[in-house]
Design a protein around this ligand. Structure first.
Ligand code: FES
Length: 133
């Protein structure tokens, strides 16, 4: 056996392992989309349903007093990519400048494709409640 044979095998195995890891890292579950929040958090969530609820399931709770019916306008956030066009129901809650700046009502944005959103920074990393259990 040539002295460098084990080194060659090691290099080939390492290359294969790193390649498989890189490919798996880019794969997603079918039926899921990726939401990047504030450029910091990346969420893989099922398609369908409202952005408001998708974020809430991941611990990012935008305020709401209407439960997501589109009537309180407390759930405002920016959807800078993947949100589609603003709906007629949302229009009255925003100025032209806000519309151009991608403001939306999270409860009226359907999660259909990869998105980039911006929420108030305090909601991204909510403080842990101190339990007295
Ligand atoms: S939750 Fe009330 S308008 Fe969106």
């Amino acid at each position: 056996m040539v002295w460098w044979y084990p080194v060659l095998v090691l290099v080939v195995v390492a290359t294969v392992v790193l390649t498989v890891r890189a490919i798996r890292g880019k794969q997603r579950h079918p039926g899921y989309v990726r939401i990047r929040v504030n450029g910091e958090r990346v969420l893989d969530v099922p398609t369908g349903g409202a952005l408001l609820h998708a974020l809430a399931r991941e611990g990012i709770s935008l305020p709401t007093t209407c439960g997501g019916t589109g009537s309180c306008a407390w759930c405002k956030c920016k959807v800078t990519r993947g949100g589609g066009r603003i709906t007629d129901q949302e229009q009255p809650y925003f100025s032209r400048t806000q519309v151009e700046d991608h403001w939306r009502l999270a409860c009226q944005v359907e999660v259909l494709r990869d998105m980039e959103v911006e929420v108030p920074a305090g909601l991204l990393h909510p403080k842990q409640r101190s339990g007295t259990a």
